[in-house]
Design a protein around this ligand. Structure first.
Ligand code: KPL
Length: 303
């Protein structure tokens, strides 16, 4: 009988990818990082309130994978939203027909992936964990949030949940995952670009008076646009939800600020710019979102 392959391949080993890789390794699960540029390390290092630990890790380039006869049963995607479709299309020949694919990223790009996958099982994870990297495979778990996992295709989540890290991360099943994706999207539109404007950790958006005021106003504008696109009561508590996440991840360097600091392109196009496009079509005023987009673009023109 063929042994069951529980290996998780991780596409996009940024802060969240390395965080999950570390916690899988604490459970002794085999993890392979799919990485374009060769990494000069065969271990991933995790710093958290439990101390600092290193775990051996394997890496492979997409080219090596494509030229191998590997069949991927479990794929974790934590690329930037704008790179997901191309990366997944490239890997498709190596995916098992019933592969489990879990996408944990900001934005709503996962919705487009549904059309690409005929038989595979697609799950979304919405996370409020705060994590940042200090080197390619060194990650700090800076804020303990929660990850909700739900199916985007017509599959049960029980099997995939049993294969997720059992320690370190708070993971729960969610059967309203699309709603959660939207709430998280709205939350990221409020928090992420403001941390770039104020060049601050998440928690400082609550303690700096000017930033706090702007956060409130931006939440209100995001709420009015988002609830016109998706009429639902989900956005009513946006500011309170944002405050909760900022408290939980107070020490975190936000993912958009990390991108700006490291000269990488940001997710602004997948977040506020996408929202502004919708606002224009619906003739909804959006001056604060436009202003914050301009600020992020001024920090990193290729955003
Ligand atoms: O999603 C995040 C991010 O950094 O992109 C939060 C949860 C706001 C943590 O910083």
């Amino acid at each position: 009988m063929k042994a069951v392959d529980n290996t998780w391949y991780i596409l996009g080993p940024g802060a969240i990818g390395c965080l999950w890789a570390s916690y899988w390794r604490t459970d002794n699960t085999r993890v392979v990082l799919i990485e374009h540029s060769p990494i000069d390390s065969n271990s991933v290092q995790l710093s958290s309130d439990q101390g600092c630990h290193s775990y051996p890790i394997e890496t492979v380039s997409p080219e090596q994978l494509l030229h191998s006869n590997t069949i991927i049963q479990h794929l974790f995607i934590s690329t930037k939203a704008q790179h997901t479709l191309a990366a997944l299309t490239q890997l498709q020949p190596r995916l098992a027909t019933n592969a489990e694919i879990l996408v944990v990223q900001n934005g709503l790009a996962i919705v487009e992936l549904q059309q690409l996958l005929a038989t595979q099982q697609l799950f979304a994870g919405v996370t409020t964990d705060g994590a940042y990297r200090t080197a390619p495979l060194q990650v700090t778990h800076a804020g303990r949030g929660e990850t909700l996992v739900g199916a985007m295709t017509n599959h049960a989540t029980a099997a995939v949940l049993s294969r997720l890290p059992g320690t370190g991360l708070a993971i729960a099943h969610c059967d309203t995952i699309e709603q959660r994706l939207w709430q998280k999207f709205a939350l990221n539109c409020a928090i992420n670009p403001l941390t770039v404007k104020y060049q601050c950790r998440n928690g400082q958006l609550l303690t700096q008076a000017e930033a706090r005021k702007e956060l409130s106003l931006l939440c209100r504008e995001i709420q009015s646009i988002a609830s016109a696109i998706k009429p639902a009561a989900w956005f009513e508590t946006l500011e309170a939800d944002v405050v909760k996440v900022l408290e939980l991840t107070a020490d975190n360097i936000n993912s958009m600020l990390q991108d700006v600091q490291q000269g990488r392109d940001t997710e602004i196009a997948q977040l506020n710019s996408w929202l502004v496009q919708q606002a224009k079509q619906l003739a909804i005023p959006h001056p604060l979102n436009q202003a914050i987009i301009n600020t992020v673009l001024a920090h990193h023109p290729a955003a």
